[in-house]
Design a protein around this ligand. Structure first.
Ligand code: AMP
Length: 459
C-alpha cells in the first residue's frame, strides 16, 4: 500500500475517535498487582540471581536433581496431605473449579506436589535416596504484611527413601550452607520431634486431657482444634493459647524408643556440625504430614525472629497418598524473606560480567554490517556493548567512555565497504584499521595485554 494512503487512514481514525462521545468504562483496568503479589523488578534481580546461583550449585553438590511441577494440582491432593484442619487448608489455599468442573488449587507449598509426582512417575524404582530440588512460586491467601505475601517464592528440597537421622542432619547442613553462602548471619535452627504415629497416640491423649482442663482459657479456634487437631494448639499464635501451651506435656518427653534414639542422634550430628540450634517443644509445624523431626530456620538478627524456612520428616506421606512406605525428609526456604534479609544486610548481589568492548557505527550500511559483526563476536564468546539506535559517533563514544570499555570498534561507510573495522584502544588512545578476518585474534591479544588489564583493575 502506498505510504500516502496509510497516512490518510490514520488521520481518519483519529478524527472519528474524537467524534465519539466519551464512554465510561465498566471495569476500569487497575494498573496494580493483586493484593499480596509483587513484581520483581530489574533493580532487585542481582539479589535473586545470587540466590538462584547459590541454590543451583548447592543442590548439585548435595546430589539433588531438579524437578519442576505445575503450580496447579487437584485440590484434594493438598487436603489429603497437608490436612483438613490446618490454617493452610482452612483459610489460605487458592482453590477453584475449572470450566471442566475440576476442583483445583494453586500450590501452597511444594512437597505434596513433588510426592504426587514421585508416585505418578514410579520413582520408587530409582536407587534410594531420591533427592529432588524445586524452585518457584507458591500461593497462600493470607493477610499480606511485610515478609508475608500471597504469592511468594520457595526453594524446596525433598529426600525420599531414607529413615536414618543423618539425612535430617544433612538437609539442615545444606540449608545452613545456603544461608552462609548468601552471607546471612544470626541463623538459628529450631528443632523438635513430634514422634511417629505410634508414640503420638498416647501423647495426644495426654495433651487432650491437659487442654480440656484449660479449655476456658483457649481461643475459639483452639477450642475447635481440641476435637479435630489438638497438636495444632501448640502452634497457635494467640497470647492466651501460648500461655496455656507453655505448661502442656511436651512431645520430646513422650517419644517411643526408636523416635527418641532418632532425635538424640540428630542432635549429636548437629553438635558435630556446629550448627546452632535450640530445642523448641512448641514447634509442631502447621501441616499434618510431618512426623518425627520438625525444624524451622530463624534469622535472629536485630533481636527479631524471622522464619526463613522450615521442614521436617514425612515418613507416612507417600504411603498415605497411595504409594509404598517411603520415609522422607525435606524443607522449604522462603526466598522473598531471604532476599529481604540480604537487602537489609547489604549482602553481595550477583553482578553480570561487564562488556569490555563497544561497537560504534556510522551510516546506514555500517549499521547493517555492525549488527552482523555483533553476532559474530557474541558467537565467539565476546561480550560487546552497543547503542545501535544512535547515529552520531560522538554520542556513541561518550557512551563507550561511560561504560569504561577497553576497546571501541568503529564501523563507518568506508569500513563497511572495505570489510574492515577501526579498533580504538581506549587506554592508549591509539587506533588502527584491521581487516575483518583479523579482528578476532587482535581483540583477544589486546584483551590479554597487561596495559588493558591494569587499567581495568584500577577503575
Ligand atoms: P512454611 O512451610 O509455612 O514454614 O514455609 C516455609 C518458608 O516459606 C517460611 O519460613 C517463609 O520463609 C516462607 N513463607 C511461607 N509463607 C510465606 C508467605 N506468605 N510469604 C512469604 N514467605 C512465606
Amino acid at each position: 500500500m502506498p505510504r500516502k494512503n496509510v497516512k490518510v487512514e490514520a488521520s481518519q481514525k483519529s478524527a472519528s475517535k474524537e467524534a465519539l462521545p466519551k464512554k465510561k468504562l465498566k471495569n476500569p483496568i487497575v494498573l496494580q498487582n493483586p493484593r499480596g503479589m509483587k513484581d520483581i523488578l530489574p533493580g532487585d534481580q542481582g539479589y535473586w540471581t545470587q540466590v538462584r546461583r547459590v541454590l543451583e550449585s548447592s543442590y548439585q553438590k548435595y546430589g539433588f536433581q531438579r524437578i519442576d511441577i505445575p503450580v496447579l494440582e487437584y485440590a484434594n491432593l493438598f487436603s489429603r496431605s497437608i490436612g483438613e484442619d490446618t490454617d493452610i487448608m482452612d483459610k489460605e489455599v487458592y482453590s477453584f473449579k475449572t470450566k471442566g468442573g475440576d476442583e483445583v488449587a494453586l500450590r501452597p507449598e511444594f512437597t505434596a506436589g513433588i510426592a504426587r509426582s514421585y508416585i505418578q512417575h514410579g520413582m520408587n524404582v530409582l536407587p534410594k535416596p531420591v533427592k529432588l530440588f524445586s524452585i518457584g512460586q507458591a500461593y497462600r491467601y493470607d493477610r499480606p504484611q511485610e515478609g508475608r505475601y500471597r504469592e511468594f517464592w520457595q526453594a524446596n528440597f525433598d529426600i525420599f527413601g531414607e529413615e536414618d537421622s543423618i539425612l535430617d542432619a544433612e538437609v539442615m547442613q545444606l540449608a545452613y550452607r545456603v544461608l552462609g553462602n548468601l552471607k546471612l548471619k544470626d541463623i538459628q535452627f529450631q528443632v523438635n520431634s513430634i514422634g511417629c504415629t505410634d508414640c503420638r497416640k498416647s501423647y495426644l491423649s495426654l495433651l487432650v486431657s491437659y487442654f480440656k482442663s484449660k479449655n476456658k482459657k483457649l481461643c475459639k479456634d483452639c477450642k475447635r482444634r481440641l476435637g479435630t487437631n489438638p497438636l495444632r494448639i501448640l502452634d497457635c499464635k494467640e497470647d492466651k493459647c501460648i500461655q496455656v501451651s507453655s505448661g502442656a506435656p511436651q512431645t520430646v518427653d513422650h517419644l517411643c524408643e526408636d523416635c527418641h534414639e532418632h532425635f538424640k542422634s540428630l542432635l549429636e550430628y548437629l553438635d558435630e556440625l556446629e550448627i546452632p540450634y535450640s530445642i523448641n517443644p512448641s514447634l509442631v509445624r502447621g501441616l499434618d504430614y510431618y512426623s518425627r523431626t520438625v525444624f524451622e530456620i530463624w534469622s535472629l538478627a536485630e533481636g527479631k525472629r524471622l522464619s526463613l524456612g522450615g521442614g521436617g520428616r514425612y515418613d507416612k506421606l507417600i504411603e498415605n497418598l497411595g504409594g509404598e512406605p517411603t520415609p522422607s525428609i525435606g524443607f522449604g526456604l522462603g526466598l522473598d524473606r531471604i532476599v529481604m534479609e540480604m537487602k537489609r544486610t547489604n549482602a553481595k548481589q550477583y553482578e553480570a560480567p561487564k562488556p569490555r568492548i563497544f561497537l560504534a557505527q556510522l551510516g546506514k550500511l555500517a549499521k547493517r554490517k555492525s549488527l552482523k559483526l555483533f553476532a559474530d563476536l557474541e558467537k565467539n564468546g565476546i561480550l560487546v556493548a552497543e547503542s545501535f539506535g544512535r547515529g552520531g559517533l560522538k554520542s556513541q563514544l561518550r557512551t563507550a567512555n561511560k561504560l569504561g570499555v577497553d576497546i571501541t570498534l568503529i564501523v563507518g561507510q568506508k569500513e563497511a565497504l572495505d570489510e574492515t573495522v577501526i579498533v580504538k584502544n581506549m587506554v592508549s588512545g591509539t587506533q588502527e584499521t584491521v581487516a575483518k578476518e583479523k579482528l578476532l585474534p587482535l581483540i583477544k591479544k589486546i584483551m590479554k595485554s597487561k596495559l588493558v588489564v591494569l587499567k581495568y583493575n584500577n577503575k
